[in-house]
Every structure is written in C-alpha cells, then in structure tokens.
Design a protein. Structure first.
Length: 118
C-alpha cells in the first residue's frame, strides 16, 4: 500500500482557492470604496469597477478602480470644500478630499484572510 501525493494538484487547488478569495476580497473592497464615495452625480459611484482577475507568471492580481475623469481630484484634493451627499440628502463628507480608495486600502489591506474566510 502506498500514498501518492501529487504536488501539482495541491498547488492547482491552492491557486483556485486563492483566486476565489481574491475575487471575494475585491468585492468587499469595492463595497467599502462605494460607501466612502461621494455621490455628486452618482457617476463616481457607478464607475467604481473591478478589473478581471489576471495572472502573469506566478503573480495573481485583481484591481478595484475608477477611471472617471475627475476621480483623482475627489480622491486627493479639490480647490474648495464640497458637500457630497448620500441618499436622502444626508451629508456624507464635508472636507477637502474624500480619499475613498486610499482610506479603504489603509483600513483593509491587512484583513484579507479575516474577511475572505467568513
């Protein structure tokens, strides 16, 4: 009697599990970015997107992004304070930048395992 261990199958199963976890984590991050995104015309909110999972060599990645023309101005700075509103006109933020991507990443970058294993 013998046990054969196929390392390639183990690695492939790990890779598939990791890809599923990355997709789940990207959706969690997108939801958190959406919560922090000001709804000026809702264009910013609608344009928070997830790029499909990519594998280059041994690296696997996924990206949450927004390519709206004025996203960098909202993310980092604007010329004056704006009052951005959430539904029902509740004030969401009133300061110089929203920093929706940066703050979300700072809050959640070390919580991958914690959030994907729930």
């Amino acid at each position: 009697m013998r046990i054969e261990i196929d390392v390639n199958k183990i690695i492939e199963n790990q890779r598939k599990s990791l890809k599923d976890d990355l997709k789940k984590f990207a959706w969690i991050i997108k939801e958190k970015v959406d919560e922090k995104t000001p709804e000026d015309t809702k264009e910013l909110l609608w344009n928070n997107l997830i790029w499909p999972l990519e594998q280059v060599g041994t690296q696997i990645g996924i990206r949450v992004f927004n390519e709206t023309e004025y996203t960098p101005y909202v993310e980092y700075w604007v010329w004056r304070n704006f009052e951005y509103n959430k539904p029902k006109w509740n004030i969401f933020y009133k300061w110089i930048w929203a920093w929706m991507f940066g703050r979300t990443w700072q809050e959640y970058k070390n919580k991958f395992i914690e959030l994907t294993k729930k």
